[in-house]
Design a protein around this ligand. Structure first.
Ligand SMILES: NC(=O)C1=CN([C@@H]2O[C@H](COP(=O)(O)OP(=O)(O)OC[C@H]3O[C@@H](n4cnc5c(N)ncnc54)[C@H](OP(=O)(O)O)[C@@H]3O)[C@@H](O)[C@H]2O)C=CC1
Ligand SMILES: O=CCCC(=O)O
Length: 393
């Protein structure tokens, strides 16, 4: 069993156990007390009093050497430990796809248990996490933070009770689930596969069918919320599929998110996600047009953002992205290429069910053009650049 003893979001680094022990036994006991009272880190004595045997640990620091009056201020630790009984089975969790979202989500699973440290020793780190990514180097930071390395999606799914997948698009999700070394090959009765990628309903249904043929259960669970909510563990899960898996995976979803919706049949989660992102893509394009039109008429874009922020159309997205858009900066949280993929999938879904979506269709064309102009890896707020090009053309 491992115990996580840290505040969420801190940067990890290795430290030897003797150093940890000496930190808590010498004059820096004040560190242990002060951090404990801030609710960040439990002193080792507290862990031991709760029956946890310390084996080894990794230290971490949020800001260089701590930056406070004590060199240990704002430091925290991940401790590999065993309980005095040692007979609990840790649920094993696989995570396939360590991009912007997957890395942050898997990290929260690795860190799970920090909030429970004060409850019982057996509540310390609840998950034994195995990670896999196509570009293997993306696994390294999480391995150093306590995860195991998966050799392939197949091997990861075979080794884990529940496996999550967070892939770029339908093709990636299919490849990882059903490809030659796909997760489906490692699944069997009793296991679960949770696809949190944003895909269309047909892809999700095809993966569900392949998963269920193995006897395993399937849940689609695309997320609303971007990089920061993924880091903060405040995503919104839009789930559908096998209810028993929803229930089994709920504690894991709660580690990564702030809320979850269960929407019934597979396909409903995908549809809900596409509806939300269709609206979001149009909002961002419209906001961009407003900023550029205002600027052309001589208005200060910062004042436009302030006025919008106080009225009925205020949105956290405008307040968050607007100031950097005005500066021509687009730090990537949600890549533009993925926003275009979601618009394309939403328009295809609308076609399939016979619902006109002329606004989304036009906005999709705009994002597609921005992507072919080299903006695909920028944040989707870079759509404003495509409008600058159009206006000048
Ligand atoms: N970023 C965001 O704000 C949000 C994104 N989403 C959705 O989540 C998903 C992931 O997004 P994000 O993390 O931003 O994307 P990234 O582009 O950062 O990561 C994509 C991941 O997919 C992997 N991948 C792509 N194609 C394949 C393939 N054929 N086989 C194996 N692996 C593949 C990549 O592997 P490799 O590293 O090897 O390239 C990488 O791990 C997307 O569906 C996106 O629409 C949902 C909510 C918010
Ligand atoms: O799919 C990406 C969603 C981004 C967000 O909800 O902010």
């Amino acid at each position: 069993m491992k115990a996580v003893v840290m505040a969420k979001g801190m940067v990890m680094a290795h430290r030897p156990l003797p150093m940890l022990n000496s930190m808590f036994s010498r004059s820096s006991v004040s560190f242990a007390e002060s951090v404990f009272f801030q609710g960040c880190v439990a002193p080792l004595s507290t862990l031991r009093a709760r029956g946890v045997r310390i084996r080894s640990y990794q230290g971490c620091s949020s800001s260089g050497n701590g930056g406070g009056s004590s060199p240990w201020t704002r430091r925290a630790f991940v401790v590999s430990a065993s309980s005095s009984t040692g007979d609990e089975k840790q649920p094993s969790v696989g995570f396939l796809g360590l991009g912007i979202m997957g890395t942050a989500m898997a990290r929260n699973l690795i860190m799970a248990g920090a909030d429970h440290l004060y409850v019982t020793a057996t509540d310390t780190l609840r998950y034994d996490v195995t990670v896999w990514n196509r570009s293997t180097s993306k696994c390294d930071p999480l391995i150093s933070e306590g995860a195991k390395r998966g050799e392939s999606p197949e091997q990861t799914a075979a080794a884990c009770d529940v496996t999550f997948a967070m892939l770029a698009d339908p093709a990636g999700a299919m490849e990882v689930a059903c490809g030659p070394q796909g997760a489906v090959k490692g699944l069997s009765a009793g296991k679960g596969y949770v696809d949190v990628s944003t895909v269309d309903d047909e892809t999700s249904k095809a993966i569900a069918e392949a998963v269920r043929k193995t006897g395993a259960e399937f849940l689609e669970a695309p997320v609303s919320g971007s990089k920061k909510p993924a880091v903060d563990g405040t995503l919104i899960f839009l789930t559908a599929g096998d209810k028993p898996l929803f229930e089994r995976a709920s504690p894991m979803l709660d580690v990564m998110g702030k809320s979850k919706f269960y929407l019934g049949e597979v396909g409903n989660g995908a549809a809900m996600k596409l509806v939300v992102n269709m609206v979001m893509g149009s909002m961002m394009a419209s906001f961009s047009e407003g900023l550029l039109l205002g600027a052309k008429t001589g208005l200060d874009p910062k004042t436009i953002i302030e006025v919008i922020g106080q009225g009925a159309i205020s949105a956290p997205m405008f307040a968050m992205k607007g100031p950097s858009m005005v500066e021509g900066q687009y730090p990537t949280a949600f890549p533009l290429k993925h926003q275009q993929k979601d618009l394309r999938l939403a328009v295809e879904l609308a076609d399939k069910v016979g619902q006109p979506t002329p606004i989304a269709a036009a906005v999709n064309d705009l994002y597609a053009q921005a992507k072919s102009n080299g903006l695909g890896d920028e944040d989707f707020s870079a759509i404003i650049e495509a409008l600058k090009v159009n206006v000048n053309a």
